[in-house]
Ligand binder design. Structure first.
Ligand code: SF4
Ligand code: SF4
Length: 383
């Protein structure tokens, strides 16, 4: 298992982590068995957005004896009414659901208190300028939540949250299809057929900027909808008319800047194993570029996807990382933040070592001007 630091929280999280939807409508015994399986594979991170009381209780039981090693990302503003999940901004309901959550999880704190599902700017303003954020800040001060997060599908809202200085963690929906789509307050737009009917080129700049901003500001991203609700795994349902494997989807999410973990909702241990297979996968198995090339309507031409397909470089430069750090400075209008300078410094080989052999460019499926990028990076960082 690979572990990454979740931004400025300092928490070391397993890159393969658990969503909770796979634990719905299951017995305590079944949930305990599946979480024991996850723990045996090194998973130490779970997201619990569901307010379903049984699900919370069963996960609480499964984590007895493991609480201190496990990182729980619980959601605020997710309540249970009349046998149904309900998103709320009502303070009393939020407090009652939070207390119930701690009780059922058999703990007195959440590692991350995730403000649940903020997709519109008006909702963001209500949450961040009103009592919900104050409540989260108070719980943080009291130690009931260690870090504040926000979950969203909208890059505009997520960016407002990231720039607010109030959140340490962002839960965001990332996959190659959603990344093509512009910001919207309606989550259904991300998968609407008509939005894939025309040509789409490259990652939406707002999404790209969001990931870079999070990496720069130390806001750890954990990813939901890694498989696009399963559609990306099916040739019939994928807008690309090509199927990704779970390993390719996971690799795509994990190669976006700022991303620390993917939260996979698994109905069975077999599904969990399919995600865990990423840990031992070969470079070829992780390579998602074969699905994303050769299409007429969708292209990523000239745009570095950090896929690593161009490796190995003749002199050992980690081209994807150099491009990523350089792009972080471009996003800062040329300013080189200290953290980026340090990340660049510790690379084993630097852009100035490029001998312009052109081998990498022949291997890049997206036609990136790699030699030009190495030149610019070398000038920007000074070596
Ligand atoms: S330069 Fe091309 S092959 Fe290399 S990481 Fe970027 S997109 Fe991938
Ligand atoms: S052109 Fe430069 S970056 Fe590309 S393989 Fe050759 S030395 Fe490496």
């Amino acid at each position: 298992m690979e572990y990454r630091i979740l931004g400025r929280t300092g928490l070391s999280v397993s890159v393969i982590a658990l969503g909770c939807e796979g634990f719905m409508n299951k017995s305590e015994k079944q949930v305990c068995k599946e979480i024991a399986f996850a723990i045996s594979k090194g998973i130490n991170f779970i997201d619990i957005y569901s307010s379903n009381p049984d699900l919370r209780s069963n996960i609480g039981t499964a984590l007895i004896g493991h609480r201190e090693q496990f990182i729980i990302q619980g959601h605020l503003c997710s309540t249970w009414e009349d046998g149904q999940y309900l998103r709320t901004r009502d303070v009393d309901k939020t407090i009652a659901a939070f207390d119930d959550q701690l009780l059922r999880l058999k703990t007195d704190y959440l590692d991350i208190g995730m403000i649940h599902y903020v997709d519109s700017e008006s909702d963001f303003n209500e949450v961040f300028n009103g009592p919900i954020l104050q409540l989260a800040l108070r719980w943080k001060e009291e130690g009931k939540i260690r870090h504040i997060g926000l979950s969203s599908h909208n890059p505009t809202v997520a960016r407002l949250a990231a720039e607010s200085g109030k959140i340490d963690v962002l839960m965001f929906s990332i996959n190659p299809c959603y990344d093509l789509q512009p910001a919207s307050e309606n989550v259904d737009d991300l998968w609407a057929d008509e939005n894939y009917a025309h040509s789409l080129h490259n990652i939406d700049p707002e999404r790209e900027r969001l990931y870079e901003l999070c990496e720069q500001n130390g806001i750890g991203i954990d990813v939901m909808k890694v498989y696009g609700g399963g559609d990306l795994l099916s040739e019939a349902n994928s807008p690309f008319e090509k199927a990704f494997t779970p390993i390719q989807c996971i690799e795509y999410a994990l190669t976006r800047p700022g991303v620390a973990a993917v939260m996979i909702g698994c109905k069975t241990c077999e599904e969990m194993q399919a995600a865990l297979d990423w840990c031992d996968a070969t470079k070829e198995e992780k390579d998602y570029t074969c699905v994303m090339t050769g299409m007429e309507k969708f292209t990523w031409e000239g745009h570095c996807m950090y896929c690593g397909h161009c490796a190995p470089c003749s002199v050992g430069i980690d081209i994807a990382s150099v491009n990523k750090y350089y792009n972080l400075t471009v996003a800062q209008q040329g300013f080189v933040p200290e953290t980026v300078r340090e990340h660049y410094k510790v690379l084993t080989h630097h852009a100035s070592e490029c001998i312009r052999c052109g081998k990498c460019e022949k291997n890049c499926p997206f036609g990136v001007d790699i030699i030009g990028h190495m030149q610019k990076a070398s000038e920007r960082f000074g070596y």
